[in-house]
Design a protein around this ligand. Structure first.
Ligand code: MN
Length: 737
């Protein structure tokens, strides 16, 4: 069969003759216009062999004619590479050849975008499923097999590393599919040719052995055929049985040598005699004659008529020995079984007319699916069923990554489930997804055969969103998201807890000598089942430990251990309480006094500023100025979950403006006396300066920072406008830390 590789390529005239010579009805003019269009589209493109590209589609079409496929399938054989490799589109094909042809071409084009499969064998089964699922119309698969058959016949023109990869893929994927579809003619040639590239030494060794004994073998087979036909002539058959001899495929023999560790001379069924009769009953009649005429080898009889193989193969097999003590196999079958064995699924097009009827089509596809889904294993070593023993269950889907890995997921799985299955971190960093090249939403439900690409962010702060919990379908993804939140919350909680405790200590003037904190808190850690200081902080953070409850006792304990708190020379800083609730659409919160709040350091709001509160996790509310960059940018992001945590607050009316510290920054053209002028204006306004410093900017201007105490916003804005009037000042602002 492999000498076909050397066969010179077919011309359109020869193809036409071949089509006319079949006794099937073809729409020849449609096929010819498909040829003309493909020839024009491929133009002067060349194959690796140097031949014009059109040689390839022509050869594919020829294989499809040999298989007995219908007009549309042959047209697609001619057109199959047009969309992928030329400037013409699917719409062009649809306009010229109709929707059916366009759908088949689309199927082939999609398949050709799947990356070469060179993964481990366990994935091969899944990969096959993907291909078969992509071929919604089984004719797509048959065209793909014809395409691959011609490509592997001409593999010699490619560089060796490509030869290996394509041969491996063919051996792992396409040959088993051809086998599953029962197309022996394609199955064996795909196997033998791939094998020739994968193990050239073993191939030529077997080929050599077979050639050596060729004459002897042919003589032997001829004598058996003669003896058997003379014997069968004595019986009555409706038609004369056809008896022929054949040699098994090289790869078939190799597998026996390799798997059974036999010497090639010990392989029983290098030779096979095939007897084809008219009826099933005649098969058993022939079997009886064969068994009385030759000596059967025990346990070598297989009745594939009563129990067909997974791919619907039917025949009687038996191995017998001749009087010369040479064992050989006899296969007995009807003509129907024979056609089915040679052409498999393709036989439906070859010998049956009228495939247009939709229900017949459905019936056939159901049969194919059954063939594919069949989990039946065989004791026959020839079966490649062990490759696909990991057949996926129907309630699962198989989706591909852009690199060609197949991922099995439960039905209904979303792109997020897919992302988490690939890698936890990819899941966390997902920002979008593409399916078959198109953007989809994160709740998109994947289907078998789709290629899914996850888009991720490099932003280290990006994590899952809480709403994902409702989107994902797998427990795996759910628990990964949950644990992210637990972990992330913990870090946030520890930080906030530690900060709160520190502030509370400061307020109560508790100063614990370095390294003694854990010992000082040991009782409380125990009381709250905390194993470490971190645990304790985390508990404060999420509110498990209430500071208002434990502070009085801690104060006592502190005085007991370290003596009375030192008298402060500073007055305790006044606490200006923002009021939460009532007027102006503010959220009403009861027990205002229990709410822990702090003035945000980023914008240091002072009474009089418009403010807004942010509900921190486990640490009350932090008060920001409405102009604060953090609030403004949150509004811009507009994330609903985040926005829920911002609440309206306003200063208590009783909260009189008090001295508060704040920072200002002044940018001005640098000049002698600038800093003096600024500090003079501040002093004139009777504003206390804590700290003042200045530096030069790269552009030559000067910037002055001042930490000041003001009596509320009125005084502050007064001051700022005075400074603005100083000679050379460009801008004056509240400083953001
Ligand atoms: Mn092709």
């Amino acid at each position: 069969m492999n000498n076909e590789a050397a066969k010179s390529c077919i011309s359109i005239e020869e193809l036409t003759k071949k089509i006319v010579d079949t006794d099937r009805k073809y729409n020849l003019s449609k096929i010819l216009s498909a040829y003309e269009f493909a020839a024009k589209a491929h133009g002067d493109q060349k194959r690796s062999s140097g031949e014009p590209y059109i040689v390839h589609p022509l050869s594919v079409a020829e294989i499809l004619v040999d298989l007995g496929m219908d007009t549309d399938t042959i047209c697609v054989g001619l057109l199959h590479d047009v969309v992928e490799d030329t400037e013409y589109t699917l719409d062009d094909i649809r306009a010229l050849f109709g929707q059916d042809v366009a759908l088949l071409v689309d199927g082939i084009t999609k398949m050709s975008r799947i990356p070469i499969f060179d993964k481990e064998e366990q994935q091969a089964g899944n990969f096959m499923k993907v291909l078969l699922a992509m071929a919604h119309d089984i004719r797509v698969m048959i065209i793909k097999l014809a395409d691959r058959l011609h490509n592997i016949r001409t593999l010699g023109y490619l560089p060796p590393y490509k030869q290996r990869r394509i041969a491996q893929e063919t051996m792992n994927i396409y040959a088993p599919i051809a086998h599953r579809l029962g197309i022996r003619t394609i199955h064996e040639e795909l196997e033998d040719t791939s094998f020739r590239y994968l193990d050239p030494y073993a191939y030529s060794e077997i080929e050599h052995v077979m050639l050596l004994k060729k004459e002897k073998r042919e003589m032997f087979i001829d004598s058996i055929i003669e003896r058997l036909s003379r014997r069968l002539e004595q019986e009555h058959f409706s038609k004369t049985p056809m008896i022929s001899g054949r040699v098994k495929s090289i790869y078939g023999i190799y597998k026996k040598v390799y798997i059974l560790h036999k010497n090639i001379d010990e392989i029983y069924d290098k030779y096979a005699i095939r007897v084809i009769v008219d009826t099933e009953a005649e098969c058993y009649l022939v079997l009886g004659i064969v068994h009385s005429f030759f000596r059967p080898i025990p346990n070598r009889f297989k009745d594939y008529i009563a129990a067909p193989k997974a791919n619907m193969y039917q025949s009687l097999h038996t191995t017998v020995t001749s009087i010369e003590e040479i064992p050989f196999e006899i296969q007995i079958r009807t003509w129907d079984m024979h056609i089915s064995a040679e052409y498999g699924i393709a036989a439906h097009w070859k010998y049956k007319e009228g495939i247009q009827k939709r229900d017949r089509m459905e019936e056939r596809l159901a049969w194919v699916r059954q063939v594919i889904e069949a989990q039946q294993t065989s004791d026959d070593v020839e079966e490649i069923v062990n490759i696909i023993k990991n057949d996926i269950a129907p309630e699962e889907i198989v989706v591909m990554t852009p690199r060609g890995d197949s991922i099995t997921l439960p039905q209904n799985a979303t792109v997020l489930d897919f992302a988490y299955r690939i890698h936890t971190e990819i899941g966390h960093k997902t920002v979008g997804a593409k399916v078959d090249g198109k953007m989809v939403s994160l709740d998109y439900r994947l289907k078998t055969g789709e290629i899914c690409e996850i888009l991720t962010t490099k932003d280290p702060n990006k994590g899952p969103s809480r709403s994902w919990q409702q989107i994902v379908q797998t427990n795996e993804a759910k628990s990964k998201i949950r644990s992210w939140f637990k972990k992330e919350r913990r870090e946030e909680n520890i930080q906030q807890g530690a900060m709160t405790l520190e502030q509370e200590f400061k307020r109560c003037r508790i100063v614990i000598p370095e390294g003694e904190l854990e010992e000082f808190l040991a009782d409380d850690l125990k009381r709250h089942n905390c194993e470490s200081l971190e645990d304790f902080y985390a508990s404060i953070g999420y509110g498990g430990v209430s500071l208002t409850k434990i502070m009085p006792r801690l104060k006592e304990q502190y005085i007991k251990k370290y003596g009375p708190q030192p008298e402060s020379d500073n007055e305790e800083l006044p606490i200006v309480e923002p009021a939460f609730g009532d007027g102006g659409g503010c959220i009403t919160i009861d027990k205002i006094d229990d709410i822990v709040y702090k003035l945000a350091k980023c914008c240091s709001p002072v009474p009089g500023d418009d403010i807004v509160g942010f509900v921190t996790r486990g640490h009350g509310i932090s008060i920001h100025s409405k102009n604060c960059i953090n609030y403004v940018s949150a509004k811009l992001r507009g994330n609903p979950e985040e926005m829920e945590r911002w609440m309206a607050v306003k200063w208590k009316e009783t909260a009189k403006p008090m001295k508060l510290s704040t920072n200002i920054e002044v940018v001005a053209v640098d000049r002698v006396g600038l800093v003096f002028d600024v500090s003079k204006v501040i002093a004139e306004q009777k504003v206390l300066i804590h700290n003042l410093n200045s530096r030069l900017l790269k552009n030559g201007n000067a910037i002055i920072y001042a930490s000041i105490h003001v009596d509320g916003t009125d005084q502050l804005s007064n001051l700022l406008s005075k400074i603005r009037r100083i000679n050379g000042v460009i801008s004056v602002d509240r400083a953001r830390k």
